[in-house]
Write a protein that binds this ligand. Structure first.
Ligand SMILES: [Zn+2]
Length: 338
């Protein structure tokens, strides 16, 4: 007899449909996959608003969100703020899903960013894993899983998921871009993995459901490539209109630099990086480091980033992360001009 499989729908923005996920690899040991361009600044407090749900459902979501904040340098504030970064509905007909990391900021404030249509086992913890930037472990290219595509598409096309073949390919079969993965092993105990039967793989490999964070999940999310408590970057002051630029370097793979600058007038500002290092840049503010204004990967010269934005007076933050974790360190310059 076949157990009905409840699978998570990994929500993605339309602009992401045609580009591969960029994932940060995790040296050793093995662990979950992080989508680097979607990571929150280390030390962020994310506000959460419930859009419905019984006290029991809400309490379960709060408890399992805490599995991550216990280890990661991130806090959740369940204050039901109207403009909360994470907004949770409990529609039982819509499955379980969440947007990933900073993608949550692109969703209209009156819409949910996460749905907990079921909360079996560690489902709420799994969805909060997405909310803080984690992808699906079964899409880890280091997993070496060879799918029986027809069987997977047939099974997930039926109840309770009723996915289209394209949804199955996106959520299960398509692997994260391997060029961003560095020596990662597959973690069969990750909460970001779902259970699937042996008939789904050519090798007859099956996986079991994981209802709590694995040891590697906990170590990874608190580690230097994710949200470490002991390496909160102090914002570096950036002058506006500095033709020589300000030099900075990314010393360790996955390291994050935070800059801040003050816009004294309402104007069009350009923030750009220079050098040979491939970086991903995000602009936040005014005043708050979780209010994303814009992000850019290769909009500048070569692999450099460039953001042009019309800003009101206030304090703004720029987050720089390295695109590639393998050899992804090096010097770069950054400048703000108007
Ligand atoms: Zn998922």
């Amino acid at each position: 007899m076949t157990e009905q499989l409840k699978m998570c729908f990994d929500k993605i923005l339309p602009r992401d449909f045609n580009r591969p996920h960029r994932t940060l690899a995790l040296g050793d040991p093995a662990r979950a996959i992080l989508v680097i361009r979607k990571m929150w600044p280390n030390g962020s407090t994310l506000r959460v608003r419930f859009m419905g749900g019984s006290p029991e459902q809400q309490s379960l979501a709060r408890e399992q969100a805490g599995w991550w904040s216990e280890h990661a340098n991130l806090n959740f504030n369940f204050n039901d703020a109207a403009n909360a970064e994470i907004r949770i509905s409990f529609d039982p007909t819509a499955g379980a899903w969440s947007y990933v990391g900073t993608d949550n900021l692109s969703i209209p404030k009156n819409e949910a960013t996460m749905n907990l249509g079921f909360q079996d086992g560690g489902t709420s913890g799994h969805e909060f894993g997405h909310a803080i930037g984690l992808g699906h472990e079964h899409q880890n290219p280091a997993g070496g899983l060879e799918w029986n595509e027809e069987v997977v598409i047939r099974d997930l096309g039926g109840p309770p998921n009723f996915w289209t073949p394209e949804q199955v390919r996106h959520n299960v079969i398509r692997k994260y871009s391997i060029d961003q993965i560095n020596g990662t092993e597959f973690d069969p105990n990750s909460i970001m993995l779902y259970a699937f039967p042996a008939s789904w793989t050519k090798t007859g490999q099956s996986t079991h459901a994981n209802e709590v964070l694995s040891a590697l999940d906990r170590a990874f999310i608190a580690g230097g490539l994710a949200y470490p408590r002991d390496k909160v970057p102090e914002p570096i002051d950036l002058p506006v209109i500095d033709t020589s630029g300000t030099s900075a370097s990314i010393g360790e793979p996955g390291e994050e630099d935070i800059f801040k600058f003050t816009a004294t007038t309402a104007d069009r500002y350009t923030i750009e990086t220079g050098g040979q290092t491939d970086v991903v840049m995000k602009l936040f503010g005014p005043g708050k480091i979780t209010d994303l204004i814009a992000e850019d990967d290769d909009g500048g010269v070569g692999r450099n980033s460039r953001i042009v934005a019309d800003l009101n007076p206030g304090e703004y933050f720029v987050q720089i992360r390295h695109y590639n974790s393998s050899g992804g360190t090096g010097d770069y310059e950054i400048k703000v001009s108007k």
